[in-house]
Design a protein around this ligand. Structure first.
Ligand code: NAP
Length: 262
């Protein structure tokens, strides 16, 4: 299916691998030019090369740096002639016990997973509205719908972003001008983040990562982890011209793991 977004410019944050890269790849396949970002320059450049080779004719620019840093955000946005599509993303906060988290840990989680997307949305939304096209997708987590106790920092920060988006997306100044804002909620995807979590759990429990992974897969009705390609495909659809009437939504992509009707 043609998504009618060829030659648009997308800024995809935290995209040298994993879900961000999946989104960048799916957008590039639709002929979208990209600015991608991540902290480590080398893997970021490698990812940019991979994207250039995969989608000929698409321009890919790479800006390294922590997306939580206001100067990096400015550089990332300035690297695109205009931002038609914005995918916000960053690493998730660490797991732990709420008794151990001090203001410092909360500040970091809130900055990375709530205030950074808020600032990015603020920076691009009005100019998208002026041009009559804008697609914003925030990568959050299934924990927004089904909180995971050990991921309290993520539950809190992403919950805050979700509430903010729910209000902003419905503002006529954006919605009536073809600017949509939606959240994608990943369940369990086969990325470095998942491998790292399984390894941490294995160290704590003394069980093998293979056993833990098998058990985790069994809890998912689909019987497997999702792939960044599947995630990217959903992102590209939400960024399509055809998705202009979908806004303020939270789309779970979790292989059926969430047990609720809504
Ligand atoms: P991943 O495979 O570890 O990839 C994370 C990407 O983000 C890398 O490119 C990393 O590169 C970049 N990054 C991390 N922090 C950054 C920062 N502050 N500024 C710029 N780039 C940054 O993780 P993932 O699985 O794709 O996860 C993406 C998001 O989805 C995370 O917030 C995660 O918590 C959430 N999520 C994932 C799952 C899952 O099953 N995978 C489930 C629920 C939620 P550098 O390290 O070089 O910066």
């Amino acid at each position: 299916m043609e998504y009618n977004i060829t030659d648009r410019w997308a800024v995809v944050c935290a995209a040298s691998r994993g879900l961000g890269f999946g989104c960048a790849e799916a957008l590039a396949a639709q002929g979208v030019n990209l600015v991608i970002n991540a902290r480590s320059p080398e893997p970021l450049e490698e990812a940019a090369d991979l994207l250039r080779r995969g989608a000929l004719g698409v321009e890919v620019r790479a800006v390294a740096g922590d997306i939580g840093d206001p100067e990096v955000r400015r550089e990332v946005l300035d690297a695109a002639p205009q931002t038609d599509i914005l995918v916000t993303n960053a690493g998730g906060p660490p797991a732990g016990d709420f008794r151990d988290w001090e203001a410092e840990q909360w500040d970091s989680a809130l900055r990375q997973n709530m205030l950074t997307p808020v600032e990015l949305i603020k920076a691009v939304a009005d100019s998208m509205a002026e041009r009559g096209f804008g697609r914003i997708v925030n990568i959050t987590s299934s924990a927004v719908k089904a909180p995971i106790a050990a991921l309290g920092l993520s539950n809190g920060a992403r919950g805050g972003l979700t509430g903010f988006v729910a209000g902003v997306a419905r503002q006529p100044s954006l919605a009536s001008r073809n600017v949509t804002i939606n959240n994608l909620l990943p369940g369990s995807f086969a990325t470095r983040r998942l491998t790292d979590s399984l390894e941490a759990e294995s160290r704590d429990s003394g069980r093998s990562t293979e056993d833990l992974a098998r058990e985790a897969r069994q809890e998912i009705p689909a019987g497997r982890f999702g792939t960044p390609e599947e995630f990217g495909a959903a992102c590209a659809f939400l960024c399509s011209a055809q998705a202009g009437y979908i806004t303020g939504q939270n789309l779970l992509i979790d292989g059926g793991a969430y047990p609720g009707t809504f």
